[in-house]
Write a protein that binds this ligand. Structure first.
Ligand code: 6PG
Length: 243
């Protein structure tokens, strides 16, 4: 793997298996830094995390004590039930948590059966109990969309301008429906953030984030610059071509 200079975090470029092995190494590091028995790992949606889930299940790379002892959640969620193919937590359960046998008391979905405001409030309370005041996840996995969104922080979304200091929130995203998401304040309160972006389709978005002018409102992934010392970008060579 090679390291690419950026003000937005450590950028590591390599092939898929190297990147997934690095994601696992970062995960074990984040667990070692977390309070014993309280490691909170947020997964996310999208195709790259799904490929990581397949890799983890197929290779058996996740140690059994990590599988049993981790509190699993997702960094953002659509306001749909868990059995929907649109559900990030539902997909994580089907593709990773079930095959690995993660105990149900270690699974913490967003409360999507409730109206969005109540669902966000209930999730904030759960995370307050698990993580403690002012803390979010020990490890947050993220993807990035072609429009440079990450989690459910889309271009122009009001939470980018003002999240009121709340670590988690809910909002309606025009054209995408209601979303529950970690906020910019929440991202700054994570122990470690790992952004995975693979494939040539991510090259332009990565260029805008890392080489373009600062414009968080239109390039939401740039919010990670505020916690760059805890952010690692894992990108393959086709994605890194414009960095
Ligand atoms: C989601 C994710 C979203 C995703 C990106 C990238 O809920 O879908 O939170 O941010 O990671 O859209 O998705 P791909 O990896 O499929 O391009």
């Amino acid at each position: 793997m090679r390291e690419i200079p950026s003000d937005h975090g450590r950028v590591l470029a390599g092939d898929r298996d190297e990147l997934f092995a690095e994601a696992l190494r970062l995960t074990l590091g984040a667990r070692a830094a977390a309070r014993p028995g309280r490691f909170i790992w947020a997964l996310t949606g999208g195709s790259t995390p799904a490929a990581f889930y397949r890799w983890a299940v197929d290779t058996g790379a996740l140690p059994a004590d990590l599988v049993r002892g981790t509190h699993f959640t997702v960094s953002d969620e659509r306001h749909v039930l868990l059995d929907s193919p649109e559900s990030n937590f539902g997909n994580a359960e089907r593709q990773l948590l079930e095959p690995l046998g993660v105990p149900t008391d270690r699974r913490h979905p967003w409360m999507v059966a409730w109206p969005v405001a109540e669902a966000a409030e209930a999730y904030r309370r759960t995370m307050l109990i698990l993580a403690g005041p002012g803390r979010a996840y020990d490890l947050c996995f993220l993807g990035m969309g072609d429009d440079c969104h990450t989690a459910s922080l889309f271009p122009g979304t009001p939470l980018l301008r003002d999240d009121g200091g709340l670590l988690f929130g809910g909002q309606e995203v025009p054209g995408k429906g209601w979303r529950l998401t970690i906020t910019p304040s929440g991202l700054r309160a994570c122990g470690c953030v790992v952004v995975m972006a693979l494939g040539a389709g991510k090259a332009d978005a990565l260029h805008r984030v890392h080489r373009g002018p600062l414009d968080e409102n239109n390039v939401p992934s740039q919010v990670l610059r505020a916690c760059a010392d805890r952010v690692v970008w894992l990108v393959d060579e086709p994605a890194a071509v414009r960095l």
